[in-house]
Ligand binder design. Structure first.
Ligand code: DQA
Length: 150
């Protein structure tokens, strides 16, 4: 079975509480349920990880090497400046889909830049929680079902 890891960076544990007008009312746990439902339909195994610590995220990305078939990541604010997260994603040579709940391109100028986007297959932004489900559909198309590691 194909294995996809879904990673969430800093402050995304606060979803539901944090600026609901921008990020929506769903908690990260509610988003996980949505994604798990779609994953079942697609016959994909998913694992979720959230951290507020950059080094922990880098270690988690490295652990996908040889274990996962693709990575969906919402890097939060790291999106805009963390070359270390970008390099970690490059290092493991897996298809990456970048997700943002908000449309970062119509917000403050500092959010218009993503240092992760150039190494991602694509970016989904502005569709709230649905973006994670769309990302799963998108990455499923990048990883043929015959490519299983499990
Ligand atoms: C975000 C957008 C980022 O600019 C912000 O720092 C976040 C969340 C989003 O999902 O819209 O933490 O990645």
């Amino acid at each position: 079975m194909r294995k996809i890891t879904i990673l969430n960076g800093p402050n995304l544990n606060m979803l539901g509480i944090r600026e609901p007008g921008v990020y929506g009312k769903e908690s990260l746990a509610a988003i996980e349920l949505l994604v798990r439902k779609r994953a079942e339909e697609l016959n994909i195994s998913v694992s979720f990880f959230q951290t507020n610590h950059e080094g922990e995220m880098i270690d988690r990305i490295h652990s996908s090497y040889g274990n996962d078939d693709g990575i969906i990541i919402n890097p939060g604010a790291w999106t805009h400046y963390s070359y270390a997260i970008r390099d970690a994603l490059s290092a493991v040579s897996l298809p990456v889909v970048e997700v943002h709940l908000s449309n970062i391109h119509k917000r403050e100028a500092f959010r218009h830049v993503s240092v992760v986007a150039p190494i991602a297959v694509g970016q989904i932004a502005g569709f709230g929680a649905l973006g994670y489900v769309l990302a799963l559909d998108a990455i499923a198309g990048q990883v043929p079902s015959g490519d299983s590691k499990a």
